[in-house]
Design a protein around this ligand. Structure first.
Ligand code: GCW
Length: 644
């Protein structure tokens, strides 16, 4: 398996210097093991220490932070708790030789978000429709295969180490769609979760488990899973005690309830606060949390019914419940109101829950952003989302008081992520969860330095040229102006403009011969804009202030509507799709320039995906342009061929 951002060479600076570690405990042992391995690889060893890592009660930084500085030729990491030493060590790895060059004053580093979590959508069984990993584009699961726990310690340990190096401290190990077999992880297959917890623990990572809301019936033989039924509460309490007996530092439960066919409290006439609280009460004695997903909407909608707006659903369900959740409930909210699209406004739910802990959920797996066939570095999307001043002056990151979560993109593929460059997304999520103010380009640079140690300038420049704006490029050749979807139903890869248009899923663009877009205004539409605090409720409401990139998310406009950019909507569609393809066409020659500078197999893997990206981008361009030419009857101002 590929070493990703921790190849042996990344440890050279450390491996050649004598070090001293003061402290005890499991994570201190991990630090020692890492240092010993580096010394064994690079011949460093005894001598006056040039690197000191020490537990110190007076070190600033809290339970996971550390101070790092260098004076008199000694680089020193001080931390109050062992996790800080581990994160400090990885910081030294990132610095490389710079950590041992000039002296620099000690500065304190601490994570902005206390919980930085990856959710796996891994199934135990190979699901007949969704496969081993739902929305997984990197092969099978690293945890299970065909119903059996793999217990591949080397693989899981390597993963734990990689993500710990980015700052991740929580992993939910199974799919939020909990099927029959997977439900048993909570009880009679708990040993499989405990095994994973043992492997993750030395890297400061706690495991969480997705559970079925109907577990009391499925597993406990109870006649109901009604959250207000005392026997149900007692069952959750007893089962949760068993979990903590097996896994004392168990993180908690993740629940997708009343969503896309999963059971939930609505089935018993109860609210989502009732549902979340019964689990929260079971977890509370042990310090556990329940991540309760806000992704609740009607997926059996009639497309003719324009009053039902999927974008409204999460807010309509959850905002009235603010204040009713236990302290250890974390409402897990997708960053946008629909579903991980390339471009969405941020979800208004994030600002509506002042008395509830909220965790924003991002998607590292590229379900809607090219499925790890396309280069699409998502750091800029996440950075933009997290720094958005939704409740001015408070940003999405600041409103995300329950931490950050993202759906992992990892599988048993030799490069972990299918597309080797998609490793950068996994890296970037961890780093931005630690510090959302980092610049995505700087994070990419870190990833390049670690993954390709000693990278020549041309490789560094090439990767930046290919990746820095790749999210924007993807947006250019796919669904325009924030309208979203237009993907092949179910697969969500490649264009199908009307694929979801007459379906029950609630994701429509409403294109007709006169115009396109969803009217979500208060004045004439679904009223969704009213879910935003000022000034956003007014900015989005008005055509004159709504940002171009979100225009069709909020408004239905004629093809001749003139954007702030000065172009009409139809000409914008043509231009962006031609430009997007040309940007993709430029990638392969760029990548050829660095053929001798990276491992040939990795080079070949990326090259093959770039060819597919170009094929797919052309397909998008031609289908989108042809469709809208046909619908609107408006020719391209530049007379280009818009059908192929
Ligand atoms: O984006 C959708 C995916 C589903 C997924 C769901 C969710 C796990 O298409 O595959 O189910 O989101 O987030 O629950």
């Amino acid at each position: 398996m590929h070493a990703a951002w921790l190849p042996p060479e990344a440890w050279r600076a450390i491996g050649t210097r004598p070090a001293r570690v003061d402290g005890e405990g499991l994570l201190v042992q991990t630090v020692l093991d890492e240092l010993n391995a580096a010394h064994a690889a690079f011949g460093g060893g005894p001598g006056a220490p040039q690197l000191v890592l020490a537990l110190s009660p007076t070190a600033d930084g809290g339970p996971e932070g550390y101070s790092l500085g260098r004076s008199d030729g000694v680089t020193t990491v001080l931390a109050e708790a062992p996790a800080g030493l581990l994160y400090g060590l990885f910081h030294v790895v990132r610095l490389g030789e710079a950590a041992f060059a000039d002296d620099f004053p000690a500065t304190v580093h601490r994570p902005v978000h206390a919980r930085r979590m990856l959710d796996h959508w891994d199934n135990v069984d190979r699901h007949p429709v969704m496969g081993q990993v739902e929305r997984g584009y990197s092969g099978g699961s690293i945890f299970w295969r065909d119903g059996v726990a793999l217990r591949d310690e080397a693989r899981v340990k390597a993963y734990a180490r990689l993500v710990a190096a980015t700052g991740i401290n929580a992993v939910a190990v199974n799919n939020v769609n909990v099927h029959a077999t997977e439900a048993h992880l909570l009880t009679d297959r708990l040993d499989e979760v405990a095994w994973l917890a043992d492997v993750f623990r030395p890297y400061g990572i706690r495991v969480h488990l997705s559970v079925s809301f109907n577990a009391p019936m499925l597993l406990g033989g109870l006649p109901t899973a009604d959250p207000l039924d005392p026997s149900v509460a007692a069952w959750w309490a007893a089962v949760t005690k068993n979990v903590y007996d097996a896994i004392p530092d168990f993180g908690g439960y993740v629940v997708k309830a009343d969503s896309e066919g999963q059971p939930g409290p609505f089935g018993y006439g109860r609210s989502h606060a009732d549902g979340a609280n019964v689990l929260a009460d079971a977890l509370a004695p042990y310090g556990g949390v329940v991540h309760w997903r806000a992704f609740v909407y009607n997926h059996r909608q009639d497309w003719r019914d324009r009053s039902t707006d999927r974008a409204r659903a999460a807010y309509d369900h959850f905002a009235p419940l603010d204040g009713q959740f236990r302290d250890n409930v974390i409402l897990q909210v997708k960053y946008g109101p629909i579903d991980f699209q390339t471009r969405e406004p941020v979800s208004p739910v994030i600002a509506a829950m002042a008395r509830t802990r909220v965790a924003v959920e991002l998607q590292v797996t590229q379900e809607y952003t090219g499925q790890q066939q396309h280069v699409c570095y998502l750091g800029p999307q996440w950075s933009e989302t997290l720094s958005f001043p939704l409740a001015e002056p408070r940003t999405v990151s600041e409103l995300s008081t329950g931490g950050l979560v993202a759906v992992s993109n990892v599988g048993d593929d030799e490069y972990w992520t299918g597309h080797p460059l998609a490793q950068a997304n996994l890296y970037a999520f961890g780093r931005l969860a630690w510090d959302p103010t980092l610049s995505p380009s700087a994070v990419l640079d870190e990833w390049i330095s670690l993954t390709f140690p000693g990278a020549e300038a041309v490789l560094r420049e090439t990767l930046h040229a290919m990746m820095d704006h790749s999210w924007r490029t993807y947006e250019l050749y796919t669904a325009p102006l924030g309208v979203g979807f237009m993907v092949k139903p179910h697969y969500h890869y490649g264009p199908d403009i009307d694929g979801y248009e007459y379906s029950p899923w609630g994701t429509y663009h409403f294109a007709d011969r006169d115009g396109i877009g969803v009217d979500r205004t208060r004045a004439t539409g679904t009223g969704y804009t009213g879910q935003y605090p000022p000034p956003w409720c007014d900015i989005y409401e008005s055509l004159s202030t709504c940002p171009d990139e979100l225009l069709l998310f909020f408004h239905h406009v004629p093809y001749g509507h003139v954007l702030h950019s000065g172009k009409t909507v139809i000409q914008h569609i043509y231009d962006t799709h031609f430009e997007g393809v040309e940007r993709v066409r430029a990638l392969r020659p760029l990548w050829e320039r660095v053929a001798g500078l990276v491992d040939p197999a990795l080079h070949a893997r990326v090259a093959e995906r770039l060819d597919e990206q170009l094929r797919c981008a052309i397909e998008w361009r031609d289908q989108i342009n042809t469709y809208f030419y046909r619908k609107s009857g408006v020719p391209d101002a530049h007379g280009r061929t818009i059908y192929a």
